[in-house]
Design a protein around this ligand. Sequence first.
Ligand SMILES: *Cc1c(COP(=O)(O)O)cnc(C)c1O
Length: 221
Amino acid sequence: MSIKSNLQKVRNNLLSNVELVAVSKYHTIDDVREAYEAGQRVFGESREQELRLKYDALPKDIEWHFIGHMQTNKVKYIAPYISMIETVDSIKLMKEIEKQATKNSRTIDVLLELHLAQEESKSGMLPDDCLAMFDEGEWRELSHVRICGIMMMASNTDDEAQIRSEFLKAKELFDLIRQRYFADSEAFRIRSYGMSGDYLIAQECGSNHVRVGSSIFSADN
Ligand SMILES: *Cc1c(COP(=O)(O)O)cnc(C)c1O
């Protein structure tokens, strides 16, 4: 199967309101170009240096989403060109994004990464910590950071019921945050969950933004 036909297959599976982020981490510049030529414009990367190489080599109308663990000291490298940072897990990181976005005279879109999975290893904010951050209110002063929604990863398990319950928790929390803090905001609208193994379940559970890598770029699909 070619990248083009894999991409088409994934697209055919998606509801019309679901945005597809093609996760190109570990795949080559030529692979990204092939997906680009098949019409894909939004790509996800998880490492700053790999992203930089691809950004430099590829067309500038690509929207790059950062989906890896974001270290505070790396924000300055991606701030000039990143479209969205999906993995924001602290007010400290948000303030650094504010600082670097301001330096570059831009506004950077972000998602709050939530930890809803059972696994300890997963990153993100616990729901209570996230709500506490919103209540505290400092985020309201950040005029170069636009909070566009939430992101999460389900537990890495074959237990579909478990995955489903984590996705539904994400949807519930999204609704709560929107109602409490973003009732008047059009920007807060993204529910980023679902990857190659679980994006069909995710969209049934209210995802409108899936991050799919291996189903598009791996040859054995
Ligand atoms: C790698 C990755 C994906 C894509 O995973 P696939 O299983 O290859 O689709 C999605 N989200 C995050 C945060 C990732 O790191």
